[in-house]
Design a protein around this ligand. Structure first.
Ligand code: 13P
Length: 244
């Protein structure tokens, strides 16, 4: 089995019911998963609206199944709303909500328990890259954020350098290749089917750079923010991945 290609859109805190029409123009090409992770308020409606094999996911879940956690959402609730995936440990959640590797691993375990695929995010800051710490940071985040029980069937890893998110700056192909090679090596060493896990790159992916990024070894797709909000921007990225 080879890693399955995945083009994933992260709408972050963008979109209202008027935005749902964007998914009407999306379909999943043969051999290529297409996923949109809208705000939680839109998951159920989007799940009812998507066609052509397009999937819907959440942007976070709580590690617990239920209880007194105001404002949080459980993996079971995401599943019930029609989600198949959930993004976990995004750098914005690590920064805004102080999420730790251990918390991300616990959330991923909860997602797996509900049959959701966890998209676990890792990535270095500008300062960490400048200090030459990138590979250490990625290795540490991977070791701490990916729980036992992860497999190619229930886990996707997204490398998102914090400095590349929403900035229009992307790493060089060599920089992406170096991190993805490290991730593949660490995941293969730890998990029986680590060689088959889908590895995404994220951070200022757009139609104009997608082809070059998808040509990099061990890049099996993308986690796309801004360019996933409009089908006109996202569809060409999906097409580039299908052709890669
Ligand atoms: P941008 O594509 O807007 O840089 O966002 C990337 C991201 O954070 C996806 O999770």
């Amino acid at each position: 089995m080879a890693p399955r290609k995945l083009a994933a859109g992260n709408w972050k805190m963008n979109g209202t019911t008027a935005s749902l029409a964007e998914v009407d123009a999306l379909t999943a090409p043969e051999g290529c998963g297409v996923l949109i992770c809208p705000p939680a308020t839109l998951i159920a409606a989007m799940a009812a609206q998507v066609q052509g094999g397009v999937m819907v996911g959440g942007q976070d879940c709580h590690a617990k199944a239920s209880g007194a956690h105001t404002g949080d959402i459980s993996a079971a609730q995401l599943k019930d709303a029609g989600a198949s995936h959930v993004i976990l440990g995004h750098s914005e959640r690590r920064a805004d909500h102080g999420e730790t590797d251990a918390q991300v691993a616990a959330k991923a375990g909860a997602a797996h328990g509900m049959g959701l695929t966890a998209i676990i995010c890792v990535g270095e800051t500008d300062a960490q890259r400048d200090a030459g710490e990138t590979l250490d940071v990625i290795a540490r985040q991977l070791a701490g954020s990916v729980p036992e029980g992860a497999s190619a069937g229930n886990t996707v890893i997204a490398y998102e350098p914090v400095w590349a998110i929403g900035s229009g700056r992307t790493p060089t192909a060599e920089q992406i290749a170096e991190v993805h090679a490290l991730m593949r090596e660490r995941l293969s060493a730890r998990f029986e089917d680590g060689a088959d896990m889908t590895l995404l790159y994220g951070g200022s992916v757009k139609a104009s750079n997608a082809r070059e990024i998808f040509a990099i070894a061990h890049v099996n797709g993308a986690l796309v923010g801004g360019a996933s909000l409009k089908a006109a921007d996202f569809a060409p990225i999906v097409a580039a991945l299908a052709a890669a």
